[in-house]
Write a protein that binds this ligand. Structure first.
Ligand SMILES: [Zn+2]
Length: 429
């Protein structure tokens, strides 16, 4: 593996010296893909085939599965050198919250989506949470802090060595079970040219290259100022800030940039009919920007899309077709990462049920009989978190406060007397 890594670095330096412009680069995924295509033509063929197949499959076979919510455990490998890089826990928590706002379409700014695009904005119904167990089954915060002697993993546009402990980084946790996000410092000639990049989904069954099947590279790498809300290290005006990682997770789930990394209005598109054709990225909320005229029904460029480069206040939506593709890819190309799924549509009992799920501050428990009820809340390791008893006399509804519990998946059991009437998972955001 080490030999391959060094080959990567050599090839990357070729790309850089051949005139790669980094002045406006925020996301390195497209260039990373191009590098992989150069390295092995099979990669490009397979990636294109995967994209075509998944787009076809989701448009042909997609069934309305609106009620299913997929859960993705996340581990942040914080590989830090100087104290400013040793980010506070709160930044990781706020990043997870940002993910869940984006992938559940409940960002406070969704009302700012222009009316022309509101009909195609959608809810991806994917929930992210900090991993509760490490690969050995031991409890974890989902933040893997690794102090390193390396002050910089860059001097090229990528930072693949951060994925190896023997290179001063951190080894991946099983990428079939976790979304790995490496946080480190990586620069090119002292400039933080790339905010972050993602490994595109490649584990399709026909993936022939032995190297690109290697799972330990799967995930996202991000420069440390671009994690969390109000990261004190992010001094760049107009950057994507905490939206950077939303964009990268979009790549991780198989989405392309909405302008398909081209500079014209012809040729390959991003594959989705509900993202207007455009020839270049946006940088801010430019309402009148319309780089490609599509004739009748022409729409302006969709700066609201997370897969654009617009500054952080602008990006507030995924489209329904993007969502279909992410969900298809999650099921088919990253099946184990998203395997924790909860059918939210069926209450455990027709007469006793709670909502909402996921929830952040309280859940409402509706019951059909008066009397004493007991709530038992346990974490996924089976440890008791809370027990509450409530008496229903008139309202037939009890409001259970969950704001003191950290985000994650819990098991909630509700008993009426000694009879269990609810026993299901509860996700606390
Ligand atoms: Zn990108």
């Amino acid at each position: 593996m080490r030999k391959i890594i060094y080959k990567i670095l050599i090839l990357l330096s070729v790309i850089v010296s051949s005139g790669f412009s980094f002045s406006q680069v925020r996301c390195g995924t497209f260039d990373y893909e191009n590098y992989l295509r150069q390295k092995n033509p099979d990669f490009g063929d397979a990636l294109d085939k995967t994209r075509r197949e998944s787009i076809n499959a989701n448009s042909i076979n997609y069934k309305n599965d609106d009620e299913t919510i997929y859960y993705i455990p996340v581990v942040f490998h914080l590989v830090w050198n100087t104290p400013d890089m040793n980010l506070d826990d709160s930044l990781f928590h706020s990043q997870i919250k940002t993910f869940n706002e984006a992938f559940n379409h409940n960002h406070k700014d969704t009302n700012k989506i222009r009316s022309i695009f509101k009909p195609v904005a959608g809810n991806a119904r994917i929930i992210f949470y900090l991993a509760k167990k490490d690969p050995n089954g031991k409890p974890t915060t989902g933040i893997n802090r690794v102090k390193t002697k390396k002050g910089d993993f860059g001097n090229n546009l990528y930072a693949e060595t951060v994925k190896y402990s023997d290179e001063g980084g951190a080894d991946a946790w099983d990428p079939e079970k976790y979304l790995n996000i490496w946080v480190c410092r990586f620069t090119y000639n002292g400039i933080m040219a790339v905010s972050a990049y993602a490994f595109p989904p490649v584990n399709a069954k026909y993936w022939s290259s032995s190297y690109y099947k290697d799972l330990e590279l799967q995930g996202v790498v991000v420069n440390y100022p671009y994690v969390g809300v109000k990261n004190p290290n992010d001094v760049m005006q107009g950057s994507m800030r905490e939206k950077t990682l939303i964009h990268e997770v979009g790549h991780y789930l198989g989405l392309r940039h909405i302008w398909a990394d081209k500079n014209n209005c012809t040729g390959e598109d991003d594959g989705f009919k509900d993202t207007p054709l455009c020839s270049k990225q946006s940088t801010n909320c430019q309402a009148n920007k319309n780089t490609c005229n599509e004739g009748s029904g022409d729409k302006p460029d969709m700066y609201e899309n997370y897969m654009d480069y617009s500054a952080y206040p602008c990006t507030i939506m995924f489209t329904q077709e993007q969502i279909k593709q992410m969900r298809w890819n999650l099921l088919n190309l990253r099946p184990k990462v998203g395997s924790t799924k909860i059918d939210n549509s069926i209450p455990a009992s027709e007469s006793v049920y709670f909502y909402p799920n996921p929830a952040s501050s309280q859940i409402k428990i509706n019951v059909d009989k008066q009397g004493l009820y007991t709530i038992q809340l346990t974490d996924m390791l089976g440890q008791n978190i809370d027990k509450a008893i409530f008496n229903i006399s008139e309202s037939y509804q009890y409001k259970y406060n969950i704001s003191d519990f950290s985000s994650g998946i819990y098991q909630i059991k509700i008993l009426y007397g000694s009879k269990t009437v609810v026993n299901q998972k509860l996700f606390i955001q």
